[in-house]
Design a protein around this ligand. Sequence first.
Ligand code: ADP
Length: 445
Amino acid sequence: MTFRGPFVAGLAWRAFILLVTSFAFVAALATEGLGAARLLAAALCGWATWALWRYIQRTNHELARYLEAVKLGDLSQSFSQRGGSGFSEVGEALEQGIQRLRDERHRLTDASRFYEAVLDDAPTPLVTVSSDGRIELANKAARRLFVRHQGIRFDDFRIYGETFARTLTEDMIGRPRLVPLMLDAVPQSAMVSAALVHRLGGTVRVVAVQPIQGELNAVEIAAQSDLVRVLTHEIMNSMTPVTSLARSAADLMAEVDDGSDPTVSDARAAVETLARRADGVMHFVESYRQISRTPDVRRKTFAVAPWARELESLFRAGDMAEGVQLILSVTPETLNIEVDPDLMAQVLINLMRNAAEAARDHAAVPRIALSFALIPGNRVQIEVSDNGPGVPESVAQDVFLPFFTTKPKGTGVGLSLARQIVLAHRGSIGLGASESGGALFRIIV
Ligand code: ADP
């Protein structure tokens, strides 16, 4: 450690004054009758000692203040070399060390900001679960997905399904799982995987929740469409010659049958029945072909209220509306929706017809309801409900499958097509029970 010139000069000067005042004091003591001078010399001597002491202490204070600031994490201070600060090498070494710390802190802050931004904007929803069971949403995607709960405990997450909430508490590190997830009361599937992160002496589980219902739906619909396409193609290929031969045979029989021979008349009737059935099968197969076509969605934003009234008139014009009450509600009245109006109208008319049919066969006063409401996440929830018998639990899983029907003259195309159209809008459709125990179809787009 070396002392700088000005500091040494200051020190020597103060020591010199102390020496001189000490001599003056000793001389005053040794000389008789100098009472006042003794007092003055003693005071000067005391002052010189204090000045020297303070001069040395100032450097200590400076150093102590600086080190205290560093200890509290304040790296903005610099080691001032004013006045009493005499430790030039120490000062410079400290300055350099602190500068390195400043640079390092800057680099770390930069890196941490970057990782925070990456984490926050990552498309996969991330949730952290600390060892004391605190569950927090770690990024924007998670905050967008989990909008319905409040709180940070396991119980608060039950709103998304019991299995999902339990999964958050389980150790599933390295074992991704497909878990049912309830979003807006619509069952979905999510791929859930977790990693363990060590933090502040403890561990935190980072859980990634990736909803993949959309992908599963797309795969399922593609498989169904492929199957329908292959089947209808094969059936049409085989049936086309059968239909035309049956028709030709029926025409020939009509020419030869003059009514004189009952056997010929019977044969003619049989061939005509055959031709009619063959036409029926062709028509039936043709109607299924629409399932194999992925709907082309042309979205538009428009006001719901006038559109809903149009849907009501369309419904009223149909054969199922007679004697059926329709309760229409739009909340708020000014609600807008962004869908393909034609395709979505097709879905809703289908649902309303099914609802009216079920209600008419069941209730003394058949009633159906069509409601539109704005829900969190700026989405629109559409519900079609009725006071019919509802859908039995045993078939609830099947109603959206192509060709599933419980009606003698049903085709099983309506709900399957409705689901395809809703999914093509990246929405969801689910089945529940209405207040009266009838069916309730809920669409969220
Ligand atoms: P379809 O009407 O030709 O049977 P859908 O695909 O429209 O075809 O419906 C499939 C099945 O779902 C119906 O046969 C019926 O069993 C059931 N279903 C649909 N809507 C309702 C409803 N509102 N109430 C009760 N059951 C319904």
